[in-house]
Design a binder for this molecule. Structure first.
Ligand SMILES: C[S@@+](CC[C@H](N)C(=O)[O-])C[C@H]1O[C@@H](n2cnc3c(N)ncnc32)[C@H](O)[C@@H]1O
Length: 312
């Protein structure tokens, strides 16, 4: 079951008006969507996900709220066009809870998990062409090493890429995970080297998932369009799960503040309380940032626009 992360905080930072129109850009299993819907009276929620299976699950989970819900199987980079089609000019709030869902990682056939035997797939949208198998079995060694370094922040990327190329064809998730574990000298040695108890293939799997789903590129495109999707004083709340995503969000928020487009609301990045981390391990790396659209007239660089940018 997918446990929504930073749920209370997300609802709080959205400052939901019961008659407002909101967007959940990453519906997943519908956890955040439900919390938003519970706060709406005459308002409406547009919830989207690019994974058709997530939409099916959310549809069933959110059945009691269907009169105030529009669920769409679409990439969040198409939000601006979607709102136009729905004849909405600007919404009161947008939430994006980035990354993968529990359903995706727990379905071996999707190929997201390094622990369960499955095909090297990792596509959130099964209609996309690029799979993890394609990258692992066809990319040149240098390109593979570069990708693992950039998206996995894995400093032993060259060693891993060399081992992959020598062992081709890589047949499955577990084949890849075992190969990386063997090439890095076993789980214990790798764990000590990075100071954490994580599987040595974790960073490579993250890199492949990010590359297959073009996660950083699409996040940047989504952020570019987000202010235009919001009404003045509409809020944007982003929950990210690793430093690559959070860096993009933080920089974009700072840029908007300088340009007088959005006010940064979160002085410090919001992290889950220890009790949440204890109850849900996946929340440990979550970071939430929130910003508010300013009226067009706000002068660039004004204290109002700059808000609080000195965050960590
Ligand atoms: C962390 S889960 C969301 C979980 C959800 N907030 C809940 O409480 O159940 C992230 C979801 O975002 C979806 N997703 C990722 N990138 C997307 C994109 N570019 N456009 C639309 N959906 C995306 C994934 O398919 C996944 O279902």
């Amino acid at each position: 079951m997918h446990i929504p992360v930073l749920l209370g905080e997300a609802v709080e930072w959205l400052a939901i008006r019961p008659e407002g129109v909101y967007v959940d850009a990453t519906a997943g299993a519908g956890g955040h969507s439900r919390a938003i819907l519970e706060n709406l009276t005459t308002g409406r929620l547009i919830a989207l996900d690019k994974d058709p299976l997530a939409i099916e699950i959310a549809q069933e989970a959110l059945l009691p709220y269907r009169h105030k819900l529009t669920l769409v199987n679409e990439d969040f980079t198409g939000l601006f066009q979607l709102l136009r089609r729905l004849q909405l000019t600007g919404v009161d709030g947008i939430l994006a809870d980035l990354g993968y869902s529990q359903m995706q990682i727990e379905t071996p056939g999707r190929g997201f998990s390094l622990k369960a035997e499955g095909p090297l797939d990792m596509r959130m949208n099964p209609n996309e062409r690029l799979t993890a198998a394609e990258i692992v079995n066809r990319f040149g060694e240098r390109a593979l090493a570069g990708l693992i370094y950039k998206f996995g922040e894995e400093r032993r990327s060259q060693r891993i890429a060399r081992a992959i190329v020598r062992a081709r064809p890589i047949r499955s998730t577990v084949h890849l995970a075992d190969l990386i574990e063997a090439c890095l000298g076993g789980r214990r040695a790798a764990s000590r080297a990075i100071g954490k108890r994580i599987h040595p293939a974790t960073r490579t799997f993250q890199a492949l998932r990010i590359a297959v789903n073009r996660e950083l590129e699409l996040l940047e495109a989504f952020l570019q369009a987000a202010p235009e999707c919001l009404a003045p004083q509409g809020r944007l709340v982003i929950i990210s799960f690793h430093s690559l995503e959070d860096r993009i969000v933080k920089r974009q928020f700072q840029q908007w503040a300088r340009a007088g487009r959005m006010r940064n609301l979160t002085r410090h990045v919001v992290r889950p309380a220890p009790s949440e981390v204890w109850a849900n391990q996946r929340s440990r790396s979550a970071r939430l940032r929130a910003a508010e659209r300013l009226p067009e007239s706000s002068p660039a660089g004004s204290p109002e626009a700059a808000g609080e940018t000195g965050d960590s």
